[in-house]
Design a protein. Structure first.
Length: 347
């Protein structure tokens, strides 16, 4: 049986600010294989906003650095872990029925601050939990509803304005990259003369796939340096959370620390997209360290099974919130009659 006090040193010693992981990755085909980063819209104001990789010229030993998976994307890959056994029992499973489908809160893009939550029958409970934190600093109610919102960060931007910073963050970057280009040629199964006889409009034929079509696009990147996953468990916002009394506060912090340790130590999900299936580099073990305010780094061992057992004990002591199936209220989500359209806030 795990000791609920075994990680209290992370909660009590304010000199310790974070736990960090640096993990070296490689393409499943081998180190000399290209990988495909995500593409993003071009910078605002540019005439040609064709999707492109985000590659920064850093220089020095790092050369050109490409983002392989963003902070937000990594969070969205990790959080659904808590829908699966054996982790599902550690957090409330809240589902919103919308039409013929159910959406698990763990899949909602803005977590507890998402529109699908706000306009559900459970919306008032979430609003009250956010408002309680905003007014008193007590985050126990939100932890009973959506503890992963506290772990991965949430902003109730269209309600109370309560905001929780991320405790667990992760990004993947590659250094010394060289962009590649790929090309393809599509040959229509209908000869050009026959296609023209069917329809004289060339643009229409192209749209419908009658015309031959060459293509040239991003071909991934070759990585001359390293592919690095950097993860951080920020202890400062965790220690700032309160729950009304010293005893309840400690139980809350232990509970959320357990979830953080699982999110932090669970094997990374590294099928990022087509053309980007990564694995750990078997020749270089991941380094886990505790970092103090002075910058001192102390290597530690963190086993995923130990994290799970601790999280179970801490969850039992805190009391996991109940599972819930609630309905989305489409009528309430509609724009009030007579209200003028407004531009969405930039988040």
């Amino acid at each position: 049986m795990s000791d609920v006090k075994q990680f209290d040193y992370l909660l009590i010693d304010s000199n310790q600010v974070a736990m960090v992981i640096r993990e070296r990755l490689m393409p499943v085909q081998g180190k000399d294989a290209p990988i495909f980063p995500p593409t993003f819209a071009g910078p605002e104001g540019e005439k040609d906003k064709k999707p492109s990789y985000v590659i920064d010229e850093v220089g020095g030993e790092l050369g050109k650095v490409a983002i392989i998976d963003t902070l937000g994307s990594q969070a969205n890959r990790i959080e659904p872990l808590f829908k699966e056994s054996p982790y599902a029992e550690l957090v409330p499973q809240i589902e919103i029925q919308i039409g013929n489908r159910k959406v698990n809160l763990l899949d909602a893009g803005h977590r507890a601050g998402d529109a699908i939550v706000r306009f559900s029958k459970a919306g008032p409970d979430f609003h009250k939990a956010f408002a309680t934190y905003r007014e008193t600093g007590n985050s126990e109610a939100l932890a009973k509803l959506s503890p992963t919102s506290l772990v991965f960060g949430v902003w109730d931007s269209r309600g109370s304005q309560a905001k929780f910073p991320r405790m667990v963050s992760s990004t993947i970057r590659a250094t010394n990259v060289s962009p590649l280009t790929r090309a393809a040629q599509f040959f229509s199964s209908i000869p050009k003369a026959e296609a023209e006889a069917i329809e004289s409009d060339s643009d229409y034929r192209s749209k419908e796939g009658y015309n031959d079509a060459p293509a040239r696009s991003h071909g991934g990147v070759m990585v001359g340096g390293e592919i690095l996953r950097d993860a951080v468990l920020n202890l400062i916002p965790l220690r700032s959370l309160e729950a009304g009394s010293p005893e309840k506060t400690l139980a809350l912090q232990r509970y959320l620390l357990g979830i953080c340790l699982i999110a932090f130590s669970a094997p990374a999900r590294l099928y990022l997209r087509e053309g980007c299936l990564l694995t750990a580099d078997a020749e270089q073990a991941a380094a886990i360290e505790i970092v103090t305010r002075s910058g001192k780094r102390t290597p530690i061992q963190l086993d995923a099974n130990v994290a799970l057992e601790y999280a179970r004990v801490a969850a039992a002591a805190f009391g996991v919130g109940p599972n819930l199936l609630t309905d989305f209220e489409a009528e309430r989500a509609k724009k009030p009659a007579g209200e003028k359209p407004s531009k969405a806030k930039k988040l």
